[in-house]
Write a protein that binds this ligand. Structure first.
Ligand code: IMP
Ligand code: MG
Length: 183
């Protein structure tokens, strides 16, 4: 029997098992460890976790990356229910003193890209030295923006998913596998 869960008014079915997610994260962490091997205690990288969806991904990366870093967080939001609203709101502002710093933006998923475009603009305005995008998931059929997605753990089709930090109206973040809306 296929594994299914119910959140609010919708049913979701098993999509990506935790072991596969963790394997994909191992590969990203290995790349990060190579690319940021030159970071120093005097000039640590900023790992910028985008709340709330990227919390688990950021935690899994933290267990695996070995270069000096500072963990920071901020929150932009664009989703309501299972749809992007197209309007990005700042709910928790960027940390202070980002000028000249190297930043890794840790995102749960890039869908339309509205959020990541807004995030990049905010970081540019804060005069960071560089801002790399590190997202767990991307929906390539939907994402048509120019912002480069530097590190992508997994690509998925244009379906609504939950679990591993991602929510449906705040429920489902604490499910360790990824589930897809059962239509
Ligand atoms: P974008 O601005 O359209 O790229 O949407 C990015 C944000 O929408 C993500 O950080 C998620 O919080 C949310 N989001 C996009 N797709 C999904 C999904 O399939 N499930 C849950 N949240 C999603
Ligand atoms: Mg969300």
């Amino acid at each position: 029997m296929e594994k299914k869960i119910r959140l609010h008014d919708k049913t979701f079915k098993m999509f990506i098992p935790n072991a596969d997610i963790e394997k994909a994260i191992d590969a990203v962490a290995e790349r990060l460890n190579q690319d940021f091997a030159d970071a120093t205690d005097e000039n640590p990288v900023i790992l910028l976790c985008t709340l709330n969806g990227a919390i688990i991904y950021a935690a899994e990366l933290l267990k695996r990356v070995t270069f000096p870093l500072e963990l920071k967080a901020c929150k932009l939001s664009s989703y309501s229910g299972t749809q992007s609203t197209g309007c990005v709101k700042t709910e928790v502002p960027l940390p202070a003193h980002l000028e000249g710093r190297r930043v890794i933006i840790v995102e749960d998923i890039v869908d339309t890209g509205n959020t990541i475009v807004a995030m990049k603009e905010l970081l540019e305005a804060a005069k960071v030295k560089e801002a790399k995008v590190c997202t767990l998931l991307v929906k390539p059929e939907v994402y048509k923006k120019d912002v480069k997605l530097d590190y992508v753990a997994m690509e998925i089709p244009n379906r609504f998913i939950v679990g591993f930090g991602l929510d449906y109206d705040e429920l489902g973040r604490n499910i360790k596998d990824i589930y897809v809306l059962d239509e």
